[in-house]
Design a protein around this ligand. Structure first.
Ligand code: NCD
Length: 325
């Protein structure tokens, strides 16, 4: 694997491999000294053109736990404010010789574009409403930890499907792992061609009780150019996941940030049914696995399904998990 741009490019064995690696790395976070030397001397650049709390902090922590050097870039306070383009910013920062660039932007296809401008491994941390592959991987990892295999599970994704990169990546990842995915939301927030991703579509929550897991999405207002629902209040009346709609056996997920009282009731966010904190925790281990796979992993047979790219940057390291020195 040379880049991680989308779930579309990963088959089930590739997802399984990353999840298994993440499970091994999770143990590092339990140690008193939370560090292994697996990526010592490597440089990772976090290039975030959009707001982020969970994704950015967990990529930074993942890199640091692998002993890599990290440079965090945010457009505010940089030459982007003076008009520097994405390409020139990437070319400029490439002078620092990053081994990997983790990039989030509001533009569909930006991570793919960056692969053409430098030789670093590129990780898509969200490109507009297109994809957010590490979110999907950490969600699969979280569900695996809680429920075991996803085969045959019924997963409902509820909310603003039209503007959500998480939804796109998650539908692909969940179905690839054997789950049945249903998406639900107002007709204005579900794209017409949604079924082509392999899911069923509903416009009411009448059959929500069919779900083993309900995955709520935030209204992505930053990507909305017009009013897609009459009001957030009206939306909540019909589509809010709350204690009236969710049965005690059903699990609840959300990528964060949550708008309490809109897509989920506040009480459910804090309930034992909620996996939201587990999802955040999983983020570090899964991103350690992705960075390790890109910068030190071998190209196994499952990689044949991945995007063809340049040769691997380094040889596999013998033991990524030795005790800290
Ligand atoms: C999501 C994102 O930015 O795509 N958040 C995240 O990465 N955890 C979803 C969102 O912003 O609603």
């Amino acid at each position: 694997m040379n880049h991680l741009l989308s779930i579309e490019e990963l088959d089930r064995p590739a997802i399984e491999r990353i999840i298994a690696e993440a499970a091994r790395f999770a143990e590092v976070s339990e140690r008193a000294v939370k560090k292994v030397p697996a990526l010592r001397g490597r440089m990772i650049l976090n290039l975030f053109y959009e707001a982020s709390t969970r994704t950015r902090s967990s990529f930074e922590l993942a890199a640091k736990r692998l002993s890599a050097d990290v440079v965090n870039f945010a457009p505010s306070g940089s030459s982007v404010e003076k008009g520097e383009s994405l390409k020139d910013t990437v070319l400029t920062l490439s002078a620092h010789k990053p081994d990997a660039i983790v990039i989030r932007t509001p533009w569909v296809g930006s991570a793919e574009l960056v692969t053409r401008w430098c030789s670093a491994a590129i990780v898509n941390a969200g490109d507009g409403k297109h994809e957010h592959p590490t979110q999907a991987l950490l969600d699969v990892y979280t569900l695996r930890g809680r429920l075991g295999a996803l085969d045959g599970l019924s997963l409902w994704i509820v909310g603003d499907l039209a503007h959500s990169r998480v939804a796109r990546s998650n539908i692909l990842a969940f179905t690839r792992m054997g789950a049945r995915v249903t998406v639900a939301g107002p007709p204005t927030l579900i794209p017409r061609d949604m079924e082509t991703l392999g899911c069923e579509v509903r416009h009411t929550l009448d059959e929500l009780h069919d779900a083993d897991v309900v995955y709520a999405l935030r209204m992505q207002q930053e990507r909305m150019t017009q009013a897609w629902v009459p009001s957030l209040r009206e939306y909540a009346t019909w589509y809010q996941v709350n204690a009236r709609r969710l049965r005690p056996r059903q699990l609840l997920m959300h990528p964060g940030p949550v708008n309490r009282g809109v897509e989920i009731s506040g009480e459910l966010v804090d309930s034992p049914q909620s996996l939201i904190s587990a999802q955040v925790e999983a983020g570090v281990a899964v991103r350690m696995a992705v960075l390790y796979e890109l910068l030190a992993g071998a190209s196994g047979p499952a990689s044949s399904s991945l995007r063809p790219a340049r040769p691997l940057r380094s040889q596999r390291q013998p033991d990524p998990h030795p005790q800290p020195a």
